[in-house]
Write a protein that binds this ligand. Structure first.
Ligand SMILES: Cc1cc2nc3c(=O)[nH]c(=O)nc-3n(C[C@H](O)[C@H](O)[C@H](O)COP(=O)(O)O)c2cc1C
Length: 146
């Protein structure tokens, strides 16, 4: 089974969430992908304009087309895996911004999700749900008084 490990802590091997993932994945084959890498794609102006121009049938420039193609290429890279394992700390009651930035790339209409006949959002990247391994300082449920 081809596994993509999406590493959301910038601390590398020092990260508790990464150590959790390393223990979980021990003995298995996987590809490690840090969302903090210098070469990670960013969803900028050209990609955003291309996304909406296409939805509304408007023309796009060559630069916008190239930016959009890089988004599609990243989605295809993810589609090539059978399983996603996400390790992440909590940052300010949310996920680190680099993880959210990467989500903004790979979550795109038609390419990675669509609506089913009941109008519900469904994924188009394949079966299965990503496994998330989390590290945080305060247990969320406890802090919420539950
Ligand atoms: C910028 C930043 C924001 C954080 N915000 C929270 C938070 O809202 N809630 C929490 O429980 N821990 C928070 N923490 C603590 C981390 O979630 C915690 O130290 C975690 O174990 C770090 O995981 P890592 O070693 O995998 O990076 C924050 C840490 C940082 C650096």
């Amino acid at each position: 089974m081809a596994t993509l490990w999406i590493e959301a802590s910038p601390k590398g091997d020092d990260a508790l969430s990464s150590q959790l993932a390393l223990a979980y994945l021990e003995g298995q084959e996987y590809e490690r992908f840090s969302v903090w890498g210098d070469d990670v794609l960013r969803f900028g102006r050209d990609a955003a304009l291309a996304k909406f121009a296409q939805l509304f049938g408007d023309p796009i420039t060559d630069d916008q087309q190239s930016a959009w193609q890089r988004v599609l290429d990243e989605i295809e890279r993810v589609r090539g895996f059978d399983r996603l394992v996400v390790s992440s700390p909590m940052w300010n009651w949310h996920v680190p911004h680099a993880r959210k930035a990467w989500i903004d790339i790979i979550v795109q209409p038609i390419a990675s999700f669509t609506l089913n006949e009941r109008g519900e959002h469904v994924g188009t990247l394949g079966e299965g749900k990503p496994l998330q391994l989390r590290a945080e300082a305060i247990e969320l449920a406890r802090a919420a008084g539950r």
